[in-house]
Write a protein that binds this ligand. Structure first.
Ligand code: MD3
Ligand code: FE
Length: 217
């Protein structure tokens, strides 16, 4: 019965410390959980479709975005902010799926943040050619709350800078199933995503999704 030897033993995902406060949980999401997340993303997007928002300076973002949860992050000519209504539908954002809440809580706990209950989830979709320039996430009220990010589909090169925009960024590859928890001193670090390259992924086709779980209020 050697086949039973490892039955019930789960693989321990590798944990890497990126910097003080930032933990990379490689392959934290397995294939069946990833498939459930994709079904739930489809449900969210059926209610609040992806759209290319405008920056306050008037540029169209190459990343297509939507949200779920009590608040959603938006940008337009008036600025960056969280709001409880989807500006496209003028209705509430779709509810946060149970699979999203469970994953965010489990990942935060694995990184040492007990009882993380996000009230916002930004859904980012990168098609080949899309990127996100270096920025800080500073529209949330309580900077002691972490951000949990989940990558699905095509790989990307994540850029992790320092506390100043001019600090040299480290580059790291994020693959489907990788989760990063950003808290403590890393919470206000500059970060971005290099241009996603054309390829196919069995989970998502020719795109990358990133979910970022936040406590906005
Ligand atoms: C480091 N998204 O939505 S996730 C964003 O892959 C965003 O779509 C990227 O940056 C993406 O704002 C990166 C990783 C991430 C998210 C939030 C952070 C890194 C962070 C907040 C503080 C420091
Ligand atoms: Fe960000």
């Amino acid at each position: 019965m050697t086949g039973d030897l490892f039955a019930g033993l789960e693989r321990t995902p590798a944990v890497e410390r990126i910097t003080e406060g930032a933990l990379l949980l490689r392959a934290f999401v397995d294939a069946s959980e990833a498939a459930q997340l994709m079904r739930d993303i489809a449900t969210v997007l059926a209610q609040s479709p992806l759209r290319h928002m405008q920056t306050p300076g008037g540029f169209r973002m190459s990343v297509a975005m939507s949200n779920c949860g009590q608040y959603g992050w938006v940008t337009d000519r008036r600025g960056y902010r969280y709001q409880s209504l989807d500006p496209l539908s003028e209705r509430d954002w779709p509810p946060m799926p149970a699979s999203f809440l469970a994953l965010a809580g489990r990942a935060a706990e694995a990184a040492g943040f007990a009882a993380f209950v996000p009230d916002a989830c930004l859904v980012n979709r990168y098609e080949p050619g899309a990127k996100m320039s270096l920025h800080q996430d500073r529209n949330e009220i309580d900077m002691t709350q972490p951000i949990v990010s989940v990558s699905l589909g095509l790989p990307a090169t994540f850029l992790f800078g320092g506390m100043e925009r001019s600090d040299k960024a480290q580059r790291m590859r994020l693959d489907s199933g990788d989760v990063v928890v950003w808290g403590g001193p890393a919470r206000l670090a500059f970060h971005g995503v290099d241009t996603v390259r054309q390829a196919e992924h069995p989970l998502t086709g020719a795109c990358r999704y990133n979910l970022t779980f936040r406590r906005a209020r």
